[in-house]
Design a protein around this ligand. Structure first.
Ligand code: ZN
Length: 131
């Protein structure tokens, strides 16, 4: 099989418009996981909520997926391939409330961030302690 051309790779990595502008923090709030596939070595992994709130990705929580895609590279040693294929997937989280309830969902998000040691205003959420 011939090596994909740069334009093949660009096409493969292309994000749907709604996905491109979705923020990483929105994925946490809406209960999405992100599937990651390297275009060079084929490595696949899933970023769940734990990874999004973890050391490596938490600095990118306020970024849209399009920016995240440009910033990350394949973690496989000797690969380091850029522009992974990123897809959003329903994460199947059971958090004990209806995600359609925006107010409840926002409260949950604030608490989840605080539990993870992340200041909500550091990821762009308007929030005052004691609110
Ligand atoms: Zn790779």
């Amino acid at each position: 099989m011939p090596e994909p051309s740069p334009s093949d790779r660009r096409k493969a990595a292309e994000l749907a418009h709604e996905v491109a502008r979705t923020l990483l923090i929105d994925c946490v709030e809406l209960g999405y996981d992100i599937s990651f596939k390297c275009q060079y070595c084929g490595m696949e992994r899933t970023w769940g909520r734990r990874e999004m709130l973890g050391e490596r990705l938490r600095k990118s929580l306020a970024w849209p997926i399009s920016r995240l895609q440009r910033a990350v590279v394949c973690p496989v040693r000797g690969c380091g391939g850029p522009m992974p294929i990123l897809r959003l997937m329903k994460g199947g989280y059971q958090d004990g409330f209806d995600r359609a309830d925006q107010e409840r969902r926002r409260d949950w998000l604030i608490n989840t961030l605080l539990d993870a040691g992340i200041a909500p205003d550091a990821v762009g959420l308007a929030w005052k302690p004691g609110q």
